[in-house]
Every structure is written in C-alpha cells, then in structure tokens.
Ligand binder design. Structure first.
Ligand code: DUC
Ligand code: ZN
Ligand code: ZN
Length: 515
C-alpha cells in the first residue's frame, strides 16, 4: 500500500517523499475501521501502513479517530436572494467556519432568479467564490426558471462542465416550479445524468393556511411552523416521488423533517425506486417549541420545513440508523438576527412570512452528530462517515477524490478529540452569524485538527487556513443519478419515448447521460 515516491523533502528531513505523515491514526471509512499511519504526497493520500518512514511534517494522532473531512452537500453561502435579505456568510467566512467544524468540502448553490440565464447565475457565483474559499467547493445550481432554453441548452452544457446537480423547489413564489416544469427538469436530469434535489413542501397548502393565519393576526414565529404542517411536506414528497417514478429518474429529497415524509421515502425505496434523502441537525436537535418566546425570539429557528416534535426527532434518528437517509447536511442558511438584511426586516413585529428562512449550522453539524449519534450509541462510526462524507461525495460526483481515506484521495482528514465535554457557544464559532441555535448545548466531540489536501486549516481551536486555498471542484456525473433501467419493463411510456430518450435506448451498462 506504500506509494512513497516523488516529493522533495524539507531541509534536514530525510527524503522519504512524504510531505506529511499522520501517525497512529484510528481511521474509519464508510466500511472499515483500522489503525494506520497516513502518508501524504502532493496533497493526496499516498500510503496507508503502520511504521511509515518520517515525513517532512508529522502529526501524531495518538490513537484518536482520524476521519475523512466532512462533505457538506447542502449549505448556502453568499447566495442571491430576491427579498432584500442578505446571507451573513460569504465564501471566506462560510468555509472558515466549515474548516473549524471539520468540513473540508462544501457544495453551496448557484441560484438562478426567475428570468435569469442559468449560465450567467453560475458565472456570477464563481465571481463571489473564486479566490475566497478556505476549503474546496463545488456548485449545485438552483433552477427557478425552467424554460426550454434552460432545460435543453443551458443545463446540458453546464452538466458537461461539471455542474452535475441542481435543486428545485415546490414552494416559494419566487422559486417554485409547477409539476409540468418539474417534469421538464427531471427529463433533462435523466437525459444528461444529473442529480435533482427537491425541496418538497406543498405551496398551495402552505399559502392557504398562512393567508388565513395572517388575516387573523396570527403572525408570530410559531405560526410559521403551524402554516407548514407535516402533511404539506408529505403530500409534496409523495408527488415528487411520483414525478420521478414517471420518468424513472433518481431524485434526492432534501431537508426531511419527520415521519410523514420519511414514510413516503421508505415506501418508494422499498418499491425499488432510486429515491435518496437528506436530513439536517435542526430535525434532530430542535423542535417547533424553539420557535416560541417573546416577540421574534423564535425567528432564529425559522427554517423550512420547520422543526417538528420529539417523536419526529426519533423518527429521523431511526431513518439515519436504518439507511433511509443517505446524507446528513447542515442546510446552513445564515441570516443575522440583528441588523439590516437579517431575520427582522420589519423590526420586532416582523410577520413570520417576512422572516428569511434558514439557520446556521456548518460548524456544528459534525460535532452534534458525532456526539449524539456515535458517542451516544445511535450510529456506528462507519455510518457517521457515510452520512457526512462518503455518500454525499458519491451522490454528487466527487467520490473517490473526496469523502474517504484511501490511496489517491485528497488528504482531507480530521483528527477528532472525543470524550471531553464542550459547550457550544456562538462566541467560539467562526461564521458571521450573531447566534447559533445550539447555544449552550454540550457535545463530547470536536475536531482537533482539520487537514485540507494535507494542509492544516484548523488546529488547537484556531483557524489556520487562508482565503484562496480552496479550489473549485468540477463534479462527475454521479452514478446514483442513473435511471434504474430495469424500470423500463414497468414503464412502457418511457419505451414509447425511446426515440427521444437515449437512456431508454442504451444497452444495459451503457454510459448514462451522453447524447
Ligand atoms: N430551503 C433550504 O434548503 N434552505 C433554507 C431555506 C429553505 O427553504
Ligand atoms: Zn429547501
Ligand atoms: Zn437549503
């Protein structure tokens, strides 16, 4: 396994070729646990063996867990909004916060506003990202205007260039697509091999309830949750699954909040459909009660779908443990509580429907799950790695470069301190948000050292990275986004489309998504 060749050594250090050796590591991947030293050359893992010769730099893990750096496949940084709100984190502060929480790859969203070109949206997003990031990054896209030009020209070209996933919305007037438009987007995903992420909440159910609540003066944060009940999420989840089944196209349902949607997803998975699902810390550690309090206190925890109740938290834990969920992301959507552009555009009496949706969580995602999942005995360490690094990398075309500890992978790794209690305090975090929903919560795991391509970006409680270290990652077409093919037997309507549909025609095992 020792691939020690090539690199120059620092003055006075024997030339073993390793620019870095992480010694005495207890490594977990998505499938295995083993004790090893890790040799790094050129920012990549070059050797996994005990007793490696000295490297130019050495880190002694002293038997602690060394895990793949986190891949946060759902976070919002410097994203354009249409309502005057301003994301508190740009690529510098967001990726700094990520590094300090053990995340070494982020995938935020290049958002298309209605009427805008998707290509231009991606170009604009590069302008705010490139040169700023402290860890590596890829882009999802948000498709809010599914015109023929977008689905037939822009999406295929962008997918070819490494933007191989996009999110669509079933709610929010400025973002939502109707079912016909969703089918257009899914068909493009099918033809070109991309992964579609879906925000599944029923726009009309929510609007109907919210209008009536607001007319009655019921406009405080708890009504945000009451206007977006589980049934609205369940209905949209089922509809999204049905649209995906119609076109035999894999989808990933993002930020799933509780048992109603989980049951739909499990049902679809049991039917053999390629339906993937993501959940987030807010559905394990918050409830709708966190939206209560004086005036806008609860606006800090306004996000969509909203956090539910303790029974829903348990259902989400069960879904993590039984494989219903493939991904655990932060859905970091950072808005400051105080000040312009933040949670209170109309002051202390801002109605809930004017509070920007989203909560911060990039830096706390891994520690919360490690502590309450692994250390509390709810998840195996391998499952933790799969949920937070390996599967998101696979689902979005970054594996095996990202998301694992293996020869040839980027040397993105985290040495973990476990055992000691640590109280989460916003004052200790590195994002640009003036609160954390997890203030005062105790965790028993926290990164000791974060390495991005072999460079220390966080150690001993101190950010040690720099803007511009992070590189843009062009994504491959994800294998999990391939249609099931066998479904053709059960979907003769797709066979009828086959003259237009290269996937339906290609022999089994053929290349997905190439026209
Ligand atoms: N959806 C997200 O994915 N993030 C924040 C708010 C939302 O509605
Ligand atoms: Zn969403
Ligand atoms: Zn989000």
């Amino acid at each position: 396994m020792n691939a020690g060749h090539g690199a120059a050594s620092a003055p006075g250090v024997p030339n073993t070729g390793y620019e870095l050796v992480v010694r005495n590591a207890r490594v977990a991947t998505a499938s295995d646990v083993f004790d090893t030293d890790i040799g790094v050359i050129g920012g990549r893992i070059a050797a996994l063996a005990r007793g490696l010769p000295p490297g130019a730099r050495e880190i002694d893990a002293a038997g602690r867990w060394v895990l793949p750096g986190g891949v946060d496949a759902h976070c919002h940084l410097a994203q354009k909004t249409g309502d005057g709100s301003v994301m508190a984190d740009d690529f510098l502060s967001g990726t700094r916060s990520a590094a300090c929480g053990g995340t070494t790859t982020v995938i935020p969203f290049a958002a298309q506003l209605k009427g805008e070109s998707l290509v231009q949206a991606v170009r604009d997003y590069h302008a705010v990202a490139d040169g700023q990031a402290c860890v590596d990054y890829a882009f999802h896209m948000i498709v809010s205007d599914a015109t023929p030009r977008v689905t037939e020209e822009e999406l295929p070209a962008l997918i070819d260039q490494g933007y191989t996933s996009f999110k669509i919305y079933m709610t929010y007037d400025d973002l939502k697509l109707d079912d016909r438009q969703i089918l257009d987007v899914l068909y493009a995903a099918r033809r070109h091999g991309a992964m579609t992420m879906i925000h599944a909440e029923s726009s009309d159910c929510i609007a109907w309830l919210a209008e009536r609540m607001l007319a009655e003066g019921l406009d405080t944060p708890p009504y945000h949750a009451l206007s977006r009940p589980p049934v609205a999420e369940r209905e949209a989840t089922h509809r999204a699954i049905s649209l995906a089944e119609l076109l035999d196209t894999p989808i990933l349902i993002v930020h799933v909040s509780g048992p109603d949607a989980i049951e739909q997803i499990r049902w679809a998975q049991t039917r053999g459909l390629r339906i993937y699902a993501e959940t987030c810390p807010q559905y394990l550690f918050l409830t709708a009660a966190d939206l209560e309090g004086d005036l806008l206190h609860g606006a800090r925890c306004i996000c969509s779908p909203p956090p539910r109740d303790e029974a829903a938290q348990q259902a989400v834990w069960n879904g993590l443990a039984n494989g219903t969920f493939q991904v655990f992301s932060s859905d970091h959507a950072p808005f400051r509580f105080e000040g312009a552009g933040g949670k209170k555009p109309q002051g202390e009496h801002t109605p809930f429907n004017h509070v920007p949706n989203g909560i911060p969580g990039l830096e706390t995602r891994l520690a919360l799950l490690f502590s309450e999942g692994v250390l509390a005995g709810r998840l195996d360490i391998t499952e933790f790695v799969a949920l937070t690094a390996t599967r998101p990398a696979r689902l979005y075309g970054l594996y095996p470069r990202k998301g694992t500890i293996a020869i040839g992978a980027d040397a993105d790794m985290v040495v973990w301190d476990t055992g000691a209690a640590r109280v989460i305090r916003n004052a200790d975090l590195h994002h640009n948000v003036d609160y954390t929903p997890y203030e005062g919560r105790t965790v028993h795991a926290w990164p000791a050292i974060t390495l991005s391509r072999g460079q220390v970006v966080y150690a001993d409680g101190v950010f040690q990275g720099r803007a511009g270290h992070g590189r843009f990652l062009a994504c491959e077409r994800p294998e999990p986004a391939r249609p099931r093919r066998a479904a053709r037997r059960h979907a003769p309507w797709l066979a009828a489309l086959s003259r237009m549909d290269p996937i339906a025609q290609a022999p089994s095992g053929g290349k997905a998504g190439r026209e």
